[in-house]
Design a protein around this ligand. Sequence first.
Ligand code: GTP
Ligand code: SPV
Ligand code: MN
Length: 590
Amino acid sequence: MSTPLEKWVEKQAELTKPKRIYWCNGSEKEAREIVEIGMREEKINAEPIFTELNQKTWPNAYYHRSHPTDVARTEQLTFVCHPDKETAGPNNNWMHPDEAKRKLIKLSDGCMKGRTMYVLPYMMGHPDSPYSKACVQLTDVSYVAVSMRVMTRLGSDVIKKIGNSENFVKGLHSVGDFDPNKRFIMHFPDESFVWSIGSGYGGNALLGKKCFSLRLASCLGLKEGWLAEHMVIVGIEDPQGKITYIAAALPSACGKTNLAMLQSTLPGYKVWTIGDDIAWMNIDPDGRLWAINPETGYFGVAPGTALKTNPNMIKTLKAGKFFPTLFTNTGLDLDKNEPWWEGLDGDMPENIIDWQGKKWAPETGTKAAHPNSRFTVSVYNSATLSKEFDNPKGVPISAIIFGGKRTQLIPLVVESFNWQNGVFMGARMGSETTAAAIGLKAGVRRDPMSMLPFCGYNMGDYFKHWLNIGKKLKNPPKIFSVNWFRCDENGSFIWPGFGDNIRVLKWIIDRVNNKVKAISTPVGLVPDLDDMNTSGLNIPRENLEKLVEVKISDWKNELDDTEKFFKQFGKKFPPELENELAELNSDANR
Ligand code: GTP
Ligand code: SPV
Ligand code: MN
């Protein structure tokens, strides 16, 4: 008698018709064999899936080049298939589940012909955690199979855990023929099922990540009273050894990974990493919000990563403990057989090929590494990993931060007046678009809580859910906004960022611990500069003052844009947040 899992796998194989089916056990030996197959047998555009990098300088590291049309998330091809459009909301592309399946069945018929179907059983979250979820993804490419070993807790134990149950999260993935016209990432929340075809890129293909842990999990969170968020989780240790945990939502390619591994420039302060991309947050009987990171790996932006910006990540990438470390679409230093990207330390190598394999030099006028080129590496390779990482209960969150990439207007840091005002703060966040998604217009777009591309249901309901969570918390985290990216007249960043962001985090935890006062403005509470450690910073006082100044009359466009965004949600938009906006509008027009 076969189990529901076996039956499901068989059924998917009947449709996709792979040459063979291979059930992964998650061992290192197996991962090495799969990488070997990716180097010797499998091809994309007649090129092998993997090439080995210099094992002396980058131990256990391999290079992967994706299809040139397939280098970032494709929001326009991503659908959430609730039975009705209203549930998906104006923030999602919607298709009726029946129509979506008709389309996908056609595209998937025989899509794995001649290929191996890898069956990947994995957990999101620690297996002993009451919040973890057992999942199975099918894929037809070695790159995704070994990436999932890094990003999740992959292993045969999960099959035992699922046993005879029908209750597991399902993902069907095929790279198809990489044709962007036949590419779809479809979510079926009612069935805990993601069906993705035509892309091998991270967020489109590693289905445990954005597809399950955010889009589907956010729907579960709404039903069950918890939050699935696009957030980094860190513990900040002060000189007395006290650790305060915070969670921070910054949009894609806006600094989460860097914050997660921050190397403090303030003596005595240390940042411990719990996660860099996803937080699941539950209300504990103690009335506090507790967070886990369901992942076990970092899928991070390569360009800009360097010893001077993020030394802890460079060390992590060179640790080579957990197999393997992957680099996708970076440039290559041919002499040393090492990955190379813009911003990496050291002299520029002489003999570089770019992410498409073409000979490259700075005069070419292009980038050697694709701006969204990424590394994939295990959290267990990182020396900053928190000792609480594998604690099934997670960590208690004392502050929540919302941020974005804003060259103008938005202050370095602001504290909200209370939970409701903080939810409003998150809801009105905007950010410059980045290379993490293809096809977005340049400029600022609203990205509430950094969840615009990831909230699996109507964001009007999402805002209400956030307000409700606050009502249930006896001891809610304080809510802040941050912006590391304000520029001067010459377009240079005013704030040094990276390790110096600890100065802002210190102010935040000082506020949490009631150690310092703050200055009230219409948009929230800002620091008195005397309460922020700015010693050793080479920034004129007037520039620092500019970073925390709020002139509400300058905010009219911002508020108009916010109002336009909120209006889309019609009756679903919570009146509490409408009132918050009306109040700010009246301040701005006074
Ligand atoms: P996703 O993985 O797409 O969700 O992105 P992320 O939020 O983890 O972004 P990440 O930390 O990878 O940063 C993206 C880019 O922003 C990189 O090129 C960084 O070098 C840059 N960056 C990060 N922190 C700072 C900062 O404090 N100041 C400045 N100027 N740039 C930063
Ligand atoms: C993001 O785009 O926010 C990422 C990368 O973290 S991906 O996993 O592709 O979504
Ligand atoms: Mn992300």
